[in-house]
Design a protein around this ligand. Structure first.
Ligand SMILES: *[C@@H]1O[C@H](CO)[C@@H](O)[C@H](O)[C@H]1NC(C)=O
Ligand SMILES: *[C@@H]1O[C@H](CO)[C@@H](O)[C@H](O)[C@H]1NC(C)=O
Ligand SMILES: *[C@@H]1O[C@H](CO)[C@@H](O)[C@H](O)[C@H]1NC(C)=O
Length: 178
């Protein structure tokens, strides 16, 4: 973890120590495949579980052999006037990540909450025809809040995916924490 991230996390932690309960609910999800297509995105939706909970699914299949996956992800927070950068704006080489997850603190932390819902869980290649997805993902509220206590509000994740170094996919989602 970079020094700056440690400082951010510490400040966040101290500022929000009092908030350790609450609930998350996804409230938007958009997916966009960028031509020329290297994946086919066939699932991109939020489904209700009950009044307070819902789950998210995103799935695509590879149209080409994938030897490299890059993700640029930005966390944002809704404030007056729109979305503002919040904590992380980083690029990740997913295939390098799966070679040694411990080297990537924040991505590994995020991945730990998705691990049992995704089959994007190994290093490259992913062969043409492979299904790549995150199914019925519902975050472990208690687990996230115990490690990442945040203020109530609306948070978003804006991601851009590069496959074999070419812009391939954009996915934005947001979550309401209340
Ligand atoms: C995601 O949000 C960014 C702004 O951060 C916007 O430029 C982009 O078009 C959005 N993409 C989708 C698929 O909604
Ligand atoms: C993908 O890779 C496999 C295994 O290396 C190979 O047999 C296949 O021909 C490749 N497919 C394409 C579409 O390049
Ligand atoms: C990757 O995900 C698939 C599908 O859920 C699973 O069968 C496999 O064991 C997982 N592999 C690893 C290394 O976690």
């Amino acid at each position: 973890m970079e020094r700056q991230q440690v400082i951010y996390l510490s400040i966040l932690w101290l500022n929000n120590l009092c908030i350790t309960n609450g609930a998350y609910k996804f409230n938007s999800l958009t997916c966009e495949v960028v031509p020329p297509e290297s994946i086919n995105n066939y699932v991109c939706h939020i489904k209700a579980i009950d009044r307070k909970h819902n789950m998210l699914s995103i799935a695509s299949y590879a149209l080409k052999n994938v030897s490299e996956i890059g993700i640029h992800f930005k966390m944002v927070k809704r404030e007056i006037g729109g979305w503002h950068p919040f904590l992380y704006d980083m690029k990740l080489d997913l295939c390098e990540f799966f070679k040694n997850r411990r080297k990537f603190f924040i991505p590994n932390f995020i991945y730990s909450f998705m691990k049992s819902f995704t089959n994007i869980n190994h290093t490259c290649p992913y062969l043409a025809g492979a299904d790549l997805g995150l199914w019925n993902w519902t975050p472990d509220e208690a687990g996230i809040l115990s490690k990442f206590p945040v203020e109530h509000g609306q948070y978003g994740l804006h991601t851009t995916w590069y496959i074999n170094k070419k812009l391939a996919f954009k996915m934005n989602g947001s979550v309401l924490f209340f």
